[in-house]
Design a protein around this ligand. Sequence first.
Ligand SMILES: C[S@@+](CC[C@H](N)C(=O)[O-])C[C@H]1O[C@@H](n2cnc3c(N)ncnc32)[C@H](O)[C@@H]1O
Length: 339
Amino acid sequence: MLLQEDINKIHCGDSLEVLKKLPNNCIDLIITSPPYFQQRDYGNIGIGNEKTVEEYVHNLKKIFNECIRVIKNTGSIVFNIGDKYIDGNLLLVPYRFAIEVQKEKKVKLINEITWVKINPSPKQDPKKLVSSKEPFFLFAKSNNYYFNKEEFLDYKDKYLNGNGKKAGNDIGKKYFELIEKSNLSKEEKELARKELSEIIIEVKRGEIESFRMKIRDMHALPYGGQAGGRLTQIEKKGFTLIKIYGNSMRRDIIESTVETIKGIGHPAVYPEFVVQEIMRLLSKENDIVLDPFLGSGTTAAVAKRLKRNYIGIEIFDEYVKYAEDRLQKMNEYNLELFA
Ligand SMILES: C[S@@+](CC[C@H](N)C(=O)[O-])C[C@H]1O[C@@H](n2cnc3c(N)ncnc32)[C@H](O)[C@@H]1O
């Protein structure tokens, strides 16, 4: 059993050693960002300093296997890994890791959530585009993993649906007028009005964000993708309706700025906002969230704000002290969610 004294605590030590002391199936969510391959941010010891990417993946997998052991059957494991160029060649490190992990068949890769950096580091190579994304791999141990899709990026529902406005009474008015002006037959017009009315109801109920209509001989014909299906509809029915799902579809992308924290030279802080949204997706209040590479304490800080319990592991005591201080100060600052 997990000891009470191990909860809401940051353990200073090597993550593999500390993880080994934790019991099986005791953690609800692991979210972490291990040291990146050959980044040399934390001195020349330990994980990330291997000579080859194969060795790096091998060492990371040892920790990952401990993560699998300690996670509950209902839990999930999220690893954020950065990529690396060597001699101008992009190694695809995160994907090498994900593929190796899949081979052992102990977990399933549920999603690759892409963090799109709004303000990527402006390191310029005249012959390369600026790298501005990182994956967060979401693994589960069973099919019974906790997943609260509604919570993920739900602030967008409020802001994006109809640009924050309730769908007005004139929604679809333009298309009703076009149907009348079109050269569709009487029966086709009747069907077009019926389906248009139904899709308007879906928008008003918030089931879809919006829609587009294409009418025969009025609009440009669709091409590519599902063109076959849509073209047939236009030919046979005289029109097609295209649903736009907006956020209701819950896509696997999070846009957020890159963050740095004043007063600490931690080089690889991940954004609270990204962690917040993933934590809301994959855990609930009072759950236990573990980060085996806690760094400046972001995972623990978000867990505290979202009323989850945390366990952090960090090898450098300087970062442990910083993270403890950060958590302590949260009592004084507001604990509100932010979007
Ligand atoms: C990419 S950083 C994590 C940053 C963190 N997500 C944040 O927002 O501050 C990786 C961290 O792992 C720590 N670390 C490196 N090797 C470790 C090990 N063997 N055991 C525990 N922590 C380790 C490093 O000191 C570093 O703080």
